[in-house]
Design a protein around this ligand. Structure first.
Ligand SMILES: [Zn+2]
Ligand SMILES: [Zn+2]
Length: 147
């Protein structure tokens, strides 16, 4: 099971980073971050939009995508490529790279950092002249789904 990110801490990091880079944590960006933080599993942009609409009827897909883009660049949100969805970073203070364990049945994602895996993938990339992304997805079945 994924450790639930600490909402207050995540919001604080978001505010701090924004101050540092001179960006604004707009109401939309903040709301998107809160929804991703509160979710039990990764959310697609359209699921986020549906959850937002009751609070913010003016929210648009483009606005949600831009906010997700912004939060992803700050490292507060990660995109799960294999599921085309987004999760909150489980460790907002960590220096990525990280590995994402993605359950193909229930969609749960566990974010973890294993330096041995990172080193092994980097060395594999070097050997084959391949620049590896620093986030890796490992697909399988989570412990609950294996029971
Ligand atoms: Zn992370
Ligand atoms: Zn599962």
């Amino acid at each position: 099971m994924r450790t639930r990110p600490d909402h207050t801490k995540a919001l604080q990091s978001a505010e701090e980073i924004c101050r540092r880079i001179g960006a604004r944590l707009t109401r939309l960006r903040r709301n998107v971050l809160m929804l991703v933080l509160a979710a039990e599993r990764p959310l697609t942009a359209y699921e986020i939009l549906d959850l937002l609409r009751p609070k913010d009827p003016s929210a648009t897909p483009a606005g949600v995508y831009r906010s997700l883009d912004f939060l992803t660049k700050l490292g507060l949100v990660h995109r799960i490529e294999s599921a085309r969805s987004f999760i909150a970073c489980a460790m907002p203070d960590h220096a990525h790279p990280s590995q994402m364990l993605v359950c193909r049945r229930c969609g749960t994602v566990v974010e973890t950092e294993d330096s041995q895996v990172t080193r092994a993938t980097e060395s594999l990339g070097r050997r084959l002249g391949f620049a590896v992304d620093n986030t890796m997805e490992v697909v399988g079945l989570c412990s609950a789904c294996r029971r």
